[in-house]
Write a protein that binds this ligand. Structure first.
Ligand code: FCB
Length: 460
């Protein structure tokens, strides 16, 4: 663990920098059919044999639908400023269209009020992947009508909760939903068709832009933005083949989303690569997608290395590898942020997810996850580095508050800074949570000094 960072933060984060922890509905809530909730594509996907590594599902997860109050106490106890969570669309509007479910809306209303009572800011994500099953039956994200259903959903939630939300994120990681959900089929809805995937990607982006326009027209005062999973894509060697491969992967992962959002156009090299698989884009779509954002959320876990010869062996990097098989590569976060700042006119940027799965051991009520603590400290330092070089950083959120349902990996991979015993639902703060709490105390102390200095200035 980086003792310097823990005891005396070397970082110069501004007083209004937002520190948080993040979760998502499907990964923690459980209660898949409680109080009128409809099924989501992840409920159905989990039932298909062979989709989830440990054959598990989100049926119980962290039982957060029942334990939300004590979980909010836990969050407040960490001393963070904000909690990033998502709403389960089929909990509040079970079929994705038609009647709203008052009991589902009440749950999120209590959650948000509970956050505010505890002095925490609410950062709400509308779509963290759990699309209502009924919308999938009609074609899901590949079907243009879903765009309009999403805008209705966004408006409904903003009307219900808008004045109490600090921020509303439209989508979490459209690349994952489009490519893993519709091209490789590893994630729900499990489709394997590149043309369908790219149409879904376009509709996700379009629904984001149209939702922003609609929420602004409705007078919503929350910060509005989107969350992307991004990484620097480095070529394995400097051969022309690897360089071309890296350029293509960068195009498909980063520029396919950043270019339309911030420049109003899809990248030509990716359109050329896609050929017949390019999505149908209607007049006005690209203007809608480029609606100004109040912030950009970036989820960062590792770099990506591109090799024309096939998948690159992650062990060749000589770095520590997490339980997910991802390299620990903190300098990649600085590199990524500087590149975004150089290539785009960025709005303020939050790191909306960052963290790691490590082989935790619970013994005597403790989890000594020095690996995770080191990971977090190094990545926070990487954010500070980018900020000092001019990137407009606004906040940082750890993924995740709790160990939870890690999608196709099931419960085997633990990302929490809080350990969850899935038999008893008992929560235990890992060493990383204790470190984060101490780090944030240090930040607050530094803010206090800063404020006292500012107050003293006129007398100097
Ligand atoms: C991201 C997801 C999040 C979590 C982390 C590990 O892609 O947004 O839900 O699964 O990865």
């Amino acid at each position: 663990m980086n003792a310097t960072l823990a005891s005396k933060p070397p970082t110069d984060f501004p007083a209004d920098f937002v520190w948080g922890v993040a979760t998502s509905a499907f990964q923690i809530e459980g209660a898949p059919a409680a109080d009128g909730k409809g099924p989501s594509i992840w409920d159905s996907f989990c039932q298909r044999p062979g989709t989830i590594a440990d054959n598990s599902s989100g049926d119980i997860a962290c039982d957060h639908y029942r334990l939300w109050e004590s979980d909010l106490d836990l969050i407040a106890g960490l001393g963070v400023d904000a909690y990033r969570f998502s709403v389960s669309w089929p909990r509040v509007r079970p079929g994705g269209a038609g009647a709203w479910n008052a009991k589902g809306l009440d749950f999120y209303e209590r959650l948000v009020d509970g956050l505010l009572e505890r002095g925490l800011k609410a950062y709400l994500t509308l779509n963290h992947w759990d699309l209502p099953d009924e919308l999938q039956a009609q074609g899901g994200w590949a079907h243009r009508d879903t765009v309009h259903r999403f805008v209705e959903y966004a408006r409904g939630m903003a009307t219900h909760l808008g004045d109490r939300l600090s921020a509303i994120t439209t989508h979490n990681e459209p690349w994952v939903m489009a490519v893993l959900g519709h091209e490789t089929g590893l994630f729900a809805p499990g489709i394997k068709d590149r043309a369908v995937a790219m149409q879904a990607a376009h509709h996700l982006l379009l629904s984001h832009g149209l939702a922003l326009q609609a929420l602004r027209a409705d007078g919503c005062r929350s910060e509005l933005g989107i969350v992307l999973n991004l990484a620097p894509v480095q070529p394995a060697t400097d051969s022309p083949e690897d360089l071309a491969q890296a350029r293509l992967e960068d195009g498909r992962l980063l520029r396919w989303y950043m270019d339309p959002l911030l420049r109003g156009a899809y990248p030509q090299d990716v359109l050329d690569f896609l050929g017949a698989d390019v999505p149908q884009v209607q007049p006005g779509d690209l203007q809608a997608i480029a609606a100004p954002m109040d912030y950009l959320g970036v989820n960062y876990y590792s770099r990506s290395v591109a090799s024309a010869a096939g998948p690159w062996d992650v062990h060749r990097g000589g770095r520590e590898i997490t339980e997910m098989g991802w390299e620990v590569y903190p300098e990649g976060l600085t590199e990524l942020l500087l590149r975004l700042h150089r290539d785009y006119a960025l709005p303020p940027v939050y790191i909306t997810e960052n963290g790691g799965a490590f082989p935790d051991k619970l013994a005597n009520g403790q989890v000594h996850d020095a690996d995770r603590t080191r990971y977090l400290a190094q990545h926070i330092a990487a954010v500070a580095d980018a900020m000092r070089q001019g990137v407009p950083m606004k906040g940082y959120m750890v993924w995740s508050l709790l160990d939870n349902f890690e999608w196709a990996s099931g419960y085997a991979k633990r990302f929490g800074i809080v350990h969850v015993d899935y038999e008893t639902q008992h929560r235990t703060l890992k060493d990383s949570a204790l470190w984060y709490r101490a780090f944030l105390q240090g930040q607050r102390a530094a803010r206090g000094v800063q404020k006292r200095l500012e107050a003293a200035l006129p007398e100097l």
